[in-house]
Design a protein around this ligand. Structure first.
Ligand code: ATP
Ligand code: MG
Length: 554
């Protein structure tokens, strides 16, 4: 389905109506990550949505780091986030930091104080929690709420000057202690934290709370459509209250369902645990749901964008099948990946009647791509095939190699198995075959038809490689809602390393970040762990396409 044929999602409808009514001439969106971890596929959804809407309607998108919590943030994360957004194919209009607004936010809090709409509270956090009541029991204001604006101003200035320790005082917005919405029961907007900030250093010891900082950052940047996930629905009244009382730019918040995916965790807190407890090899482990992990695994950015478009914008939480993401990855790679032959579990085949030294055959790089061209593949007397492409006593309908049976070697010749060679213990060491010289691919005059085609690699030309095969990191579909700790559900077999692998020599020349289809084995990409002695490849995804079958059936 092309994008023109798709019906509008609810956010597009709102935007089109805002543009039609003249409420906005141009739209501005933002992507506001907290730099406290690496981005994951859920963030990709938010990125594709925010940047995609601005692109579609000719507006712009800011990349804003929501760095108001000094304790968990790090410049390493800032750099990785910028890298990931760029890699996904988007350009931000401005690179901004909520911490750049600390002066303005401080002035805004002072303004609320002067308006009698905020006060300094000396209560402990336990007392505040107690006075707040419960969703069914209204809260009660304490005596600190009676402080005058003048008193509050002095106290807030002293807080800022570093006169009090952490937790001694907070600033609260004076809204409604009896509101059914707990977030409106005089929410804290500023707290004391004597902590070093990754950008502002030690300038500040008071920091704004998320709700206050986030909404006002939107207003400062004149964000027209502030898109966030459903858990922020109850925060919207506070977002609007601040804008109304401060008379700042009327940004509006819209919420959609966050992306959840099967066999995966997506919260940065959980991903951090996996990294810290070494259950994976870092944030960019190819099994991780991080964008950097998916990139290392070989997922094309275009496939991730396509996935995010296909799942659409939901208003209710749901769990998306990871098979859909894999389907998008296969669709993209099928168009772009270079075909190569690689033998994972080698068995030697000697072609006894082949008496040339060697010859160069050619094979298509990608039959799906008319401009894909060809590569040369060396052929010689000794080749490797897969162990499981040979059976000494074949079962019925086994069309691969077996004594007396013929198969085609891809892009080469038809061979016939003449003899099985074994060692003293009865293990097969080699298979001896003859070839049919007239059966050369592209010029086959043999008239022989065989059912099986095998991939193979010339033994004397083969390059040594390692392949890493990945399975799902978790054994259960809905990890977040599974019983017990999420780490109890880790799949112990999520990584298989094969280190005695033989690849055709063309791979040595053009690996780097290209995508490959290893015939009959799946899609692969070279890993950064490769050395000059050994190339390492990650399997991006298998060839099997269960999702597509289900889609067709449905
Ligand atoms: P996490 O819980 O994984 O740490 P977060 O929401 O705290 O995620 P932020 O850095 O605050 O992470 O998120 C930046 C933006 O990405 C926010 O607008 C947030 O709503 C959005 N986002 C985060 N996770 C998802 C998700 N799973 N699906 C869609 N959007 C998401
Ligand atoms: Mg967050």
């Amino acid at each position: 389905m092309s994008s023109e044929e798709k019906s509008l999602n609810f956010i597009e409808e709102i935007i089109e109506s805002d543009l039609a009514s003249g409420k906005h001439e141009l739209i501005t969106t933002r992507f506001p990550p907290e730099p406290n971890g690496y981005l994951h596929i859920g963030h990709a959804k938010s990125i594709v949505l925010n940047f995609g809407l601005a692109k579609k309607y000719g507006g712009s998108t800011n990349l804003r780091f929501d760095d108001t919590n000094p304790v968990t943030e790090d410049t390493e994360y800032v750099e990785s986030i910028k890298n990931d957004v760029k890699w996904l194919g988007f350009e931000w209009a401005n690179e901004l930091y909520a911490s750049d607004y600390f002066d303005q936010l401080y002035e805004m809090a002072l303004k609320l104080i002067d308006l009698g709409l905020a006060y300094v509270d000396d209560s402990t956090s336990d007392e505040i929690a107690l006075q707040k009541g419960t969703p069914t029991v209204p809260g009660k204001r304490n005596e600190f709420a009676n402080r005058t604006p003048a008193e509050n101003r002095v106290l807030f200035e002293e807080m800022k000057a570093g006169k009090f320790p952490d937790g001694a005082k907070v600033v609260r917005a004076k809204i409604d202690m009896e509101s059914p919405n707990m977030l409106l029961r005089d929410p804290i907007i500023y707290r004391i934290k004597h902590a070093h900030h990754h950008r502002t250093g030690d300038k500040w010891c008071v920091y704004p709370m998320y709700d206050f900082a986030h909404g006002q950052s939107d207003s400062i940047e004149k964000i027209t459509h502030s898109i966030c996930t459903l858990e922020f629905v109850p925060h919207r009244p506070l977002y609007n209250w601040c804008i109304e009382k401060l008379a700042t730019f009327p940004s509006q918040q819209y919420e959609f369902a966050r992306l959840n995916m099967t066999y995966t965790v997506m919260s940065k807190r959980k991903l951090l645990q996996l990294v810290n407890e070494q259950m994976v090899n870092g944030w960019d482990d190819p099994r991780m749901s991080t964008i950097s992990g998916m990139r290392r695994r070989g997922y094309p950015a275009a496939a991730i964008r396509e996935f995010c478009d296909r799942i659409g914008v939901a208003k209710r939480d749901n769990l998306i099948d990871v098979g859909l993401l894999e389907f998008c990855v296969r669709e993209e790679l099928n168009k772009t990946a270079l075909r190569r032959m690689v033998v994972f579990d080698p068995l030697k085949v000697v072609i006894t009647n082949y008496d040339k030294a060697e010859e160069e055959l050619t094979s298509e790089n990608n039959p799906e791509d008319p401009n894909g061209g060809v590569r040369t593949v060396p052929f010689s007397k000794e080749i490797w095939i897969e162990k499981d492409d040979f059976m000494e006593i074949p079962s019925k309908k086994y069309f691969r190699l077996a004594p007396g049976q013929m198969v085609r070697l891809k892009s080469a010749y038809i061979i016939k198995c003449e003899e099985v060679v074994k060692d003293a213990n009865g293990n097969i060491t080699e298979v001896h075959c003859t070839y049919i010289p007239e059966s050369r691919s592209g010029n086959d005059t043999s008239g022989i038809h065989v059912k099986g085609t095998l991939h193979w690699v010339s033994a004397s030309h083969a390059i040594h490689a390692e392949v890493r095969l990945y399975d799902r990191l978790f054994k259960v579909e809905d990890v977040a809602n599974a019983e017990g700790d999420f780490k109890d559900h880790i799949n112990p077999d999520s990584l298989t390393v094969l280190s005695n692998v033989y690849a055709e020599p063309a791979l040595a020349n053009d690996a780097s970040d290209k995508a490959f289809q290893f015939l009959r084995k799946g899609y692969f990409v070279q890993d950064a762990d490769s050395t000059s002695n050994k190339m390492v490849f990650n399997r991006t995804v298998t060839l099997k396409d269960t999702w597509a079958k289900e889609v067709k059936k449905g």
